[in-house]
Design a binder for this molecule. Structure first.
Ligand SMILES: C[S@@+](CC[C@H](N)C(=O)[O-])C[C@H]1O[C@@H](n2cnc3c(N)ncnc32)[C@H](O)[C@@H]1O
Ligand code: SF4
Length: 453
């Protein structure tokens, strides 16, 4: 095995690749104008198996220039009240397709900023969910939160609806970086939010950090990571800034000459990695870190870590029902995506139609490839004959991927003996490329993805 230098690895492996939060990936879902297949899938869900629920709130009280999320800014409550009504209609409509009150073990509120909703809207949505589904007493209830716009009234409501986890956007604490990205946020405000959310019932706090933002340096991201550690987060997500101005017009407000180059970006990633590991955090997959006592670190240790649309999870539910514009659901039969635009979402529900716009039945071969891809993304290893035996015994995945894996092995990215695959620590930042060896659609596709490192 040859150990390549970083510049050469970056030249070879920084090309854009999917993040593999689903397989097949979203660009390969097919457009659909009707909801009968999804209706069938819902009707077939087993009555006693707990499911997960995702609520997407595509609104924020401020717009950060770097933002790549599906969201828009609102300055008054009317659109939020109307959106809440549509989501309540969607919950009732989905439930009407299922003949029993399904148990719910996980609820994740994402966005945007779910706490952009007035507190009474959060309450109405949770009440509607409880009316139509059996939310288990020990269900995990997680909220993504922008600490700067969080009010005491909202924290009180989160406590009332049973918040157990909070994921807080910290991003970067350097005032110069914050100014250019349009996201002022002091350490004290972030700390107040963490303390308040812990008091409101969050037994686990996640912080999001970013690297690759304009004006960030290796030294500045280390300073941010060290300050973040003072908040004693249970988990951290460390994302590379995805610059996709062809999709997110507001990112054109950022000057490309302020962006760190590929090599500096990589150094920033590695500097945060070293800082968090030195503080005792366990590296999870591509971009997560957890305290060794956290359930995500336990899931990694026990081979039970899963990949989902939020990144990594220890949630074992096989079914995730997505509510809200642009939400994506994952059912045993396949994936469904809701329409992205809020007006089209509202209109579909007014007409009593499920607001789905794309669907992707998952074939047996997809399931097999998904398991290999998810094992690589979660465990950094895959035993191909063992996985094939569990799915399609005569599958010939190895023949497809062998030459690409041999090339990755020659570069020190993986260890590969023709049957068992392991991603090395050198290869960890490039694991999306290893996973792509098993993605038969990627080679054929033309979708544009963000930088993989
Ligand atoms: C839905 S937001 C989190 C909650 C809240 N809206 C906030 O910003 O604090 C999820 C996370 O996505 C990440 N994110 C947003 N835009 C991104 C981009 N262009 N590239 C990479 N990560 C991004 C940020 O770290 C952000 O905290
Ligand atoms: S980063 Fe968070 S708060 Fe900022 S615009 Fe995006 S979703 Fe909204």
């Amino acid at each position: 095995m040859v150990i390549m230098n970083t510049e050469l690895l970056l030249a070879r492996y920084s090309a854009n690749t999917p993040r593999y939060t689903s397989f097949p990936t979203a660009p390969h879902f097919r457009a659909t104008g009707e909801d009968s297949l999804y209706t069938q899938w819902l009707a077939q869900l087993p009555p006693d198996t707990p499911i997960s629920v995702y609520f997407h709130v595509p609104f924020c009280r401020r717009l950060c220039r770097f933002c790549g999320c599906h969201t828009s800014v609102v300055h008054h409550d009317a659109p939020l009240l109307s959106y809440t009504t549509s989501m309540m209609q969607e919950i009732a409509l989905v439930a009407s397709k299922i003949s029993h009150k399904l148990p719910v073990s996980h609820i994740h509120w994402g966005g945007g900023t779910p706490t952009a909703l007035p507190p009474e809207c959060i309450k109405s949505l949770m009440d509607t969910l409880r009316e139509h589904f059996n939310v288990l007493p020990d269900a995990e209830i997680a909220f993504e939160i922008d600490p700067v716009t969080l009010t005491q009234e909202q924290s009180d409501m989160l406590a009332q609806v049973g918040l157990t986890r909070a994921s807080i956007g910290l991003q970067d604490l350097d005032p110069k970086v914050q100014e250019v990205i349009g996201r002022p946020q002091t350490f004290e405000i972030t700390k107040q939010a963490c303390d308040g959310l812990r008091a409101a019932g969050a037994r686990s706090i996640n912080l999001d950090l970013l690297y690759g933002l304009p004006l960030q340096t290796t030294e500045s991201v280390i300073r941010t990571a060290q300050k973040a550690l003072e908040l004693s987060p249970d988990r951290l997500s460390v994302f590379g800034y995805a610059h996709v101005p062809w999709m997110k017009k507001h990112q054109t407000l950022l000057s490309e000459s302020d962006l760190p180059d590929g090599s500096e970006r990589f150094q920033q990633r590695m500097a945060i990695d070293r800082t968090l590991r030195a503080a005792g955090y366990v590296a999870i997959g591509l971009d997560h870190y957890a305290k060794p006592t956290d359930s995500m670190a336990h899931a990694l240790e026990n081979g039970r870590l899963r990949r989902n649309f939020q990144g990594y999870t220890d949630d074992h539910a096989e079914t995730l029902i997505g509510f809200g514009a642009s939400s994506i659901g994952s059912l045993p039969q396949g994936y469904v995506a809701n329409v992205g635009g809020v007006p089209a979402y509202r209109k579909a529900l007014e007409q009593h139609k499920l607001p789905i716009t794309r669907i992707c039945p998952v074939s047996d071969e997809d399931r097999l490839r998904r398991e290999v891809i998810f094992r690589i993304m979660c465990d950094l290893k895959a035993d191909l004959p063992k996985i094939a035996a569990e799915f399609i015994a005569d599958a010939d995945l190895i023949a497809d991927a062998d030459s690409a894996l041999q090339a990755l092995a020659a570069d020190g990215i993986v260890e590969w003996n023709g049957a068992q695959l392991r991603v090395t620590e050198t290869g960890r930042p490039f694991m999306r490329h290893v996973a792509a060896c098993f993605d038969q659609y990627f080679a054929q596709g033309t979708a544009r993805h963000s930088k993989s490192v």
